[in-house]
Design a protein around this ligand. Structure first.
Ligand SMILES: Nc1ncnc2c1ncn2[C@@H]1O[C@H](COP(=O)(O)OP(=O)(O)OP(=O)(O)O)[C@@H](O)[C@H]1O
Length: 615
């Protein structure tokens, strides 16, 4: 990573900011609805039914107690079977309601978790789809990466938020039911309740803010921790770590970082727990105040024992529900703040925009590509990676790019494939700016094999098919591509042939050598009918004989098409029609092998240097 991202804002959010974040909730619900409308609707209905049950159960309980008291005070109602029957009916009803409540709670939990899973999948796909629309340089920006990371973290976190919001709505409805019952008796009890709860709520929100601010400020470090975890225990890294004895170096760094995390989190957790206890005591004091009041009223004969149990029960339930609502409010609001990160990610728009009326890609290229004073600086970089590039790539021409490490060869081809737009100057195709062509269509007509091509942990056949994924079922094309790049020799010794899983990541995967992987990558170039082929050091790992053969075939393939070839091997370079020598991002010279040798310039110097090594 070239640049450390700026540390994020660590000041806690104000209540107003948290309330403002609640405006993310409608978009969030839209997303949930989008996931599965039917499940969402059923969930809401079940929760509404469930919210009415606590009040109903309490009320039936009150009726039962009043009946029982009546029976115990008044002499046993001989012959009053009607009343006795009523009592047992009430008990049966309460039992039925209790069972219904349990059943509904379980059904809601089950549906919540199923909907949550679907939601997590839906958002993961959405993130991947959106990420695919973004530009390469956005991926190379650390601040962007932090956003992507936070959006990814949201996926699981949002599943929890989902059930919390649903539970919140349910509790609010239950609370309204209970409050109506309580208010019918004495509205002041509600006030007492609020006073007892409010400090706990404020405390919760304060600590949630602190947690959020901390976790946000820790994002870059968390990414580093993930990276160190990967370095410390992965098949890709084990070889170097062992040979260079780096294990301690990595774990030490991991420990320093994770200890800092632990210390910061511990501080907040302890404070939170202490204050939580104080607020809980306040809450209990409020509850018992109300309880004493209700008992006094009962002793004075103002209310029945049934009412006493109903009110005490309502008050107790209201207290715990209110506590849940208030503390959850803070978590929900906090979740909504995290949601801002999630939605912010979706607001990132690609900068390489497709034209409104794109020019169709030419059926036949007649004048080729032209660089007009092209210059390019990478994002956050002050240095020009390419500058003052003026040259044309003619139709059917094979152009080799030569230059020392960091001279700007790969950057030039990335500009040609419009992975970036030039910072200054322009690149023309058939006289029109590349920006006028449809981006997807343009890239479809360019075949490019990168120096750091991907080694897909997939089957042999899929690895080649990635060159043109629309043809993944075309076995004949894939086999022909493998033949052209000499990759077919490999298939013979793979137990599963074309269906052989490659790489070490998955079971039965077979790892290949660097050169073998490279042959597979080159096969991708044969998968599409591209007008322009770009090979960035495609044969660096091939042995001399394989390289010679690959190029013989490659020349066949590129007959009549343009090709750009980057190579440090002059035996390969000299096969090109022209050679462009880059120095510190600028064009030093351009011409055929013979011309440049005769000129005795930079190319001649580099060529002779390499030739000397073979003498
Ligand atoms: N993604 C990037 N972000 C920032 N700077 C970059 C990036 N990629 C390359 N550079 C810088 O741009 C310059 C040119 O890099 P480029 O990869 O084009 O060189 P190259 O000629 O292909 O080198 P090599 O022969 O080593 O492959 C280098 O100085 C490099 O540090």
């Amino acid at each position: 990573m070239s640049r450390r991202p700026p540390i994020q804002n660590t000041t806690p959010l104000t209540l107003r900011e948290r309330l403002a974040a609640l405006r993310n909730l409608p978009s969030f619900f839209k997303l949930v609805w989008e996931t599965n409308p039917k499940m969402t609707l059923v969930n809401i209905i079940l929760r509404i039914i469930r919210s009415a049950l606590p009040l109903l159960i309490l009320y039936v309980g009150k009726l039962i107690i009043d009946h029982v008291v009546h029976f115990t005070h008044v002499a046993k109602p001989v012959g009053n079977l009607m009343e006795e029957h009523e009592l047992w009916m009430l008990v049966a009803i309460e039992f039925g309601l209790a069972i219904l409540a349990d059943g509904l709670t379980r059904a809601i939990m089950l549906r919540d978790s199923l909907l949550g899973d679907l939601f997590a999948n839906h958002t993961s796909v959405k993130i991947m789809k959106h990420a695919a629309t973004l530009d390469l340089d956005q991926f190379e920006d650390a601040v962007f990466y932090d956003k992507l990371e936070r959006a990814r973290q949201q996926t699981m976190g949002r599943t929890i938020l989902l059930s919390q919001i649903m539970a919140q709505v349910q509790d609010i409805i239950t609370m309204l039911f209970l409050a109506v019952g309580l208010m019918a008796f004495n509205p002041w009890l509600i006030l007492l309740l609020l006073i007892a709860i409010l400090p706990a709520f404020m405390g919760e929100s304060y600590f949630n803010d602190q947690n959020y601010a901390l976790s946000r400020s820790q994002t870059p470090q968390r990414r580093e921790l993930d990276y160190l975890r990967y370095l410390g225990a992965s098949d890709d890294t084990a070889k170097e770590l062992k040979m260079f004895g780096l294990s301690k170096f990595i774990t030490d760094r991991f420990q320093v970082l994770s200890n800092t995390f632990y210390a910061d989190n511990r501080k907040i957790s302890i404070q939170r727990s202490i204050w939580g206890t104080v607020f809980a005591i306040l809450g209990s004091a409020g509850y018992y105040g109300a309880y004493i009041f209700i008992i006094a009223q009962t002793i004075n004969g103002k209310i029945s024992i049934g009412q006493l149990t109903f009110l005490a029960g309502s008050f107790r339930q209201l207290r715990s529900i209110l506590e849940n609502i208030l503390s959850r409010f803070s978590t929900v609001a906090q979740g909504a703040v995290y949601l801002s990160d999630f939605f912010e990610f979706f607001e990132i728009r690609p900068r390489l925009l497709p034209p409104t009326n794109p020019r169709p890609f030419p059926k036949q290229i007649l004048t080729g590509f032209t660089f007009e004073n092209v210059g390019f600086k990478y994002i956050h970089s002050e240095r020009w990676a390419n500058r003052h590039l003026n040259f044309s790539l003619h139709p059917g021409e094979k152009l080799a790019l030569v230059g020392e490490n960091g001279a700007g060869k790969t950057t030039l081809v990335k500009l040609l494939a419009r992975l970036y737009d030039p910072t200054e100057g322009r690149i023309l195709l058939e006289g029109y700016d590349l920006k006028e062509y449809d981006l997807t269509e343009l890239r479809q007509h360019i075949g490019i094999i990168f120096q750091d091509f991907l080694r897909y942990q997939m089957t042999f056949s899929q690895n080649i098919a990635t060159g043109n994924i629309n043809e993944q079922e075309n076995a004949e094309l894939i086999e022909n591509a493998a033949k052209q790049s000499l990759a077919d020799e490999l298939v013979k010794r793979l137990p599963d042939g074309y269906n052989q899983m490659l790489g070490k990541r998955f079971a039965d995967g077979i790892e290949l050598s660097g050169g073998e992987w490279q042959k597979i990558a080159i096969a991708r170039a044969y998968m599409r009918d591209a007008e322009l082929l770009i090979l960035d050091e495609p044969t660096s790992a091939l042995d001399a004989r394989a390289e010679y053969e690959v190029f013989q075939r490659f020349t066949e393939l590129t007959k009549g098409r343009s090709a750009v070839l980057i190579s440090h091997r002059f035996s390969t370079v000299r096969m090109a029609d022209r050679i462009l020598v880059l120095e510190k991002g600028e064009m030093a010279e351009i011409g055929s092998h013979t011309e440049l040798l005769a000129k005795g310039g930079r190319y001649a110097e580099l060529f002779n240097l390499q030739a000397q090594g073979y003498r």
